[in-house]
Design a protein around this ligand. Structure first.
Ligand SMILES: [Fe+2]
Length: 362
């Protein structure tokens, strides 16, 4: 299976993974054949990349760090609760009967159990490019997966993982109180509109802080996730020493996931591009150690992505050595002149140090 930009997909190709709706329902099955109309529709739905079943990469399996069941359940809870917040005008408690804290606690247990089943050293690679995403719901779950997995690598206890994970799942819940027209606006926001958006951390904190079964620290994750190391963030402009470390993790994962996801105003960036931007913000915006741990545990070149090497040959990433994730194993499919090789061969960039990845197909 390989990952191709939807715009480069052609009629007759077959899907390597199924496509889910926003509610987690399967819309198209793995193996479904693409046609022109379908490709156009998928693009319109904001799906920038597709997993394609392809004979030359048949042996490449790309699996998600959490099960489809857990993903569907998590999205369902996020969606249900976010919607109910959107529909209520008052800021008063909406989830009577301790529903919110308990529901998200149960989801977190499933996520932690799934992630614990992954082999140690497994790089995080979210394969949710095949989801018709309502940005807010998918984003909440992605950020949660990133920080929970990094928390595990960092040695957090299960209780700490529950707290940071709930904080991550709900970090943007304050956005439910911001007009939807602003969130989905395709053009630039006016300064006044931006001020409205900037209220969401505090709104989120107020929504969560008195919820039963909700750790107060999780509410602080919502409050502080846009604060930055040098004090340039919002809403309070607090600096490195006053930002809780959970919020610092969420800041990194939140920025990264926002960049690698399709939005109304721009297409998704590829992981290595987003990682460069994170590194540019080390020290000023983000905590240096957290960005470094993030880089070491997230697949910069995801399995299945097409790359061009410095030799001008083209191939697909078919293996990742966790010790050197920036130098994956490549199956070369085309020579320097763009001719398809009758006998593809593999090159391990962690050994062949004179070769490097020059471009990723976008
Ligand atoms: Fe946010």
């Amino acid at each position: 299976m390989r990952l191709l930009p939807t715009m480069s997909c052609q009629a007759g190709m077959r899907l390597g993974k199924c496509i889910f709706s926003e509610e987690g329902i399967v819309l198209l099955n793995a193996g479904a054949e693409l046609n022109e109309a379908l490709i156009r529709r998928l693009q319109q739905f904001g799906i920038d990349y597709l997993y394609i079943a392809d004979p030359v990469t048949e042996d490449v399996c790309i699996s998600d760090p959490i099960s489809d069941e857990t993903r569907a359940r998590a999205i369902q809870e996020v969606r249900t609760h976010f919607r109910s917040f959107m529909e209520k005008n008052s800021m008063s408690k909406v989830s009577k009967g301790q529903v919110l804290g308990r529901a998200f606690g149960n989801v977190m247990k499933m996520i932690i159990d799934d992630l614990s089943d992954n082999k140690p050293g497994t790089l995080i690679m979210l394969t949710n490019m095949n989801v018709m995403n309502n940005y807010l719901y998918q984003h909440s779950l992605n950020v949660c997966i990133y920080v929970t997995m990094l928390g595990m690598v960092n040695g957090y206890t299960r209780e700490q993982l529950m707290t940071i994970g709930m904080g991550a799942l709900l970090h943007d819940i304050g956005l439910t109180k911001v007009p939807a027209s602003l969130l989905n606006k395709a053009g630039r926001l006016t300064p006044q509109e931006y001020e409205e958006i900037k209220k969401h951390p505090e709104l989120g904190f107020k929504l969560l802080k008195d919820e039963p079964n909700m750790p107060l620290l999780s509410a602080h994750c919502a409050f502080q996730h846009h604060e930055r190391e040098d004090g340039s963030g919002y809403p309070r402009g607090i600096g490195s020493k006053d930002i809780h470390e959970y919020a610092k993790w969420i800041a990194v994962a939140d920025s990264y996931d926002a960049m690698t996801t399709h939005r109304a105003h721009r297409s998704a960036m590829l992981p290595h591009q987003a990682m460069e931007i994170l590194f540019a913000g080390v020290g000023t915006l983000y905590d240096q150690k957290k960005v470094a741990l993030f880089r070491d545990n997230v697949a910069i070149y995801p399995l299945g992505v097409t790359v061009q090497l410095s030799s001008r040959e083209k191939g697909v990433v078919v293996g990742i050595n966790p010790a050197v994730p920036q130098r994956p194993m490549i199956r070369v499919l085309e020579d320097a002149d763009g001719q398809k090789l009758s006998q593809p061969y593999e090159v391990d960039l962690s050994e062949k140090l004179t070769l490097f990845i020059e471009q990723v197909e976008v």
